[in-house]
Ligand binder design. Structure first.
Ligand code: BDR
Ligand code: CA
Length: 308
């Protein structure tokens, strides 16, 4: 039986790869894609979602959500993703439009009416998901889990202490982390191990189908930022969240309490992981701490090959 999922994203190069990975797997029933501002403004992330779905011939409905975090000013990441949010390949303007319904209304309705508990896969700031949980707390009962890309047990990438998705909307992250829903945190601890190297990108290009070639061009652009940062490859943050839904044992995780720093001077947006209270406190977050890079690359290659 197919697993009902909703992907909430801000494409973004790695978000785009996450959508392609999900689109290649028949075990998922993607009820819809909700879009959030993050890597770029909402108009751009929405257009990018439609562009990549059209490139891959995926007809999932797309719903635009919040253009700003719950309480703070928006932050974007053009230095990583370019002015369009998806710089690199030539992608035609989308033919489709987003659905008229707001992403948060869709999230609530889709979860309420699903005959099976729904898995949410957020790969951007958590604003839409938090708004849905605040708007209709009872949906928690029909969410199987939230497998989100964000945070880090150790370190950060947008500040020394915080990862981008959480730093952009720490209040939303707080709402999600405080909720009763079961969660898996796919943070920098594992996504920075999910490195894709230039040689992997060449292997993808050699698959020689239009979707794989676009993926390789996206990865070429994404690599420029990470090369400047001195990394040997690019971290495939968001695809790893999808991979962890498709194949949970691709990550090794530990159940640990996670709180969000919302008021810190230096540590705003930090996911504060309590390593010492794992067995004392009631908590519902699995923190991914290790991952299988080779298996992950195999999954990605197989997915991109399937578009041929
Ligand atoms: C996260 O931030 C975004 O730039 C990426 O798309 C990913 O979701 C990594 O910190
Ligand atoms: Ca993202």
């Amino acid at each position: 039986m197919q697993k009902p999922v909703i992907i909430d994203c801000d494409p973004g190069h790695d978000d785009a790869l996450a959508l392609l990975l999900a689109g290649a797997d028949r075990s998922l029933n993607v009820l819809g894609v909700t879009v959030i501002a993050g890597n770029q403004t909402l108009d751009k992330t929405t257009a990018n979602t439609l562009k990549i779905l059209e490139k891959a011939n995926l007809s999932w409905p797309v719903y635009a959500g919040y253009a700003e975090p719950l309480l703070r000013k928006p932050v974007t990441a053009p230095e990583v993703h370019g002015e369009t949010g998806l710089d690199g390949p030539e992608l035609p303007e989308p033919v489709r439009s987003p659905e008229p319904q707001h992403a948060v209304e869709f999230l609530i309705e889709a979860v309420q009416t699903s005959s099976e508990p729904v898995t949410l896969i957020p790969t951007g700031p958590l604003t839409n998901v938090a708004a849905a949980l605040l708007g209709a707390p009872s949906i928690c009962d029909n969410i199987d889990k939230i497998v989100f890309m964000g945070g880090a047990a150790v370190g950060g990438n947008w500040s020394p202490a915080a990862e981008f998705n959480i730093l952009v909307d720490p209040d939303a992250a707080h709402v999600v982390m405080q909720s009763s829903v079961e969660k898996t945190m796919i943070g920098l601890d594992v996504t920075e191990k999910a490195l894709i190297y230039d040689s992997d990108i060449e292997t993808i290009r050699e698959l020689d189908n239009p979707v794989a070639i676009t993926a390789a061009e996206l990865l070429d652009f994404f690599a420029q930022y990470h090369r400047k940062k001195g990394l040997p490859g690019s971290p495939l943050h968001d695809p790893l969240a999808v991979a962890a839904v498709l194949k949970p044992d691709i990550v090794t995780a530990k159940r640990l309490p996670v709180k969000i720093e919302r008021f810190g001077e230096y540590c705003l947006g930090r996911t504060v992981v309590d390593w010492y209270r794992d067995q004392y406190e009631d908590n519902n977050t699995q923190v991914a701490l290790d991952m299988d890079r080779l298996q992950f690359m195999d999954m990605l290659l197989a997915a991109l090959r399937s578009y041929g």
